[in-house]
Design a protein around this ligand. Structure first.
Ligand code: HEC
Length: 85
């Protein structure tokens, strides 16, 4: 997530980086009902979002950073595994 620039826009629990507030903190993906308020929060939908946000929501401020399927799966698994809070 450091390499792909996620931390330039998001606070990511367990990843040390300057605080970024362009996008929401990613501390709640295991609990919230929707991804980007649009897609039901399932692993497949989170991966779909991570791989190409503008394809899901053409007006989103989040760019496609070119994640591979494996990278998106790993990031989704990491985000879902974070503890509450
Ligand atoms: C240029 C800034 C930027 C970058 C880089 C970026 N994002 Fe985002 N991201 C956003 C913004 C802004 C949103 C809020 C949605 C919107 O604006 O449409 C968002 C939304 C999200 C969401 C949905 C959050 C929710 O509460 O539904 C996830 C998950 C996410 N980003 C993960 C990532 C990951 C993982 C990376 C790196 C691979 C990344 N983002 C890179 C700006 C960014």
């Amino acid at each position: 997530m450091m390499e792909k620039g996620c931390v330039a826009c998001h606070v990511v629990p367990r990843v040390r980086a300057p605080i970024a507030r362009v996008g929401p903190s990613l501390n709640n993906m295991g609990r919230q009902a929707y991804v980007n308020g649009l897609l039901a929060n399932t692993p497949a939908n989170l991966i779909r979002w991570l791989m190409d946000p503008p394809a899901v929501n053409p007006r989103t401020a989040m760019p496609n950073v070119g994640l591979t399927q494996t990278e998106a799966e790993d990031i989704a698994a990491f985000l879902y595994a974070l503890p509450d809070g």
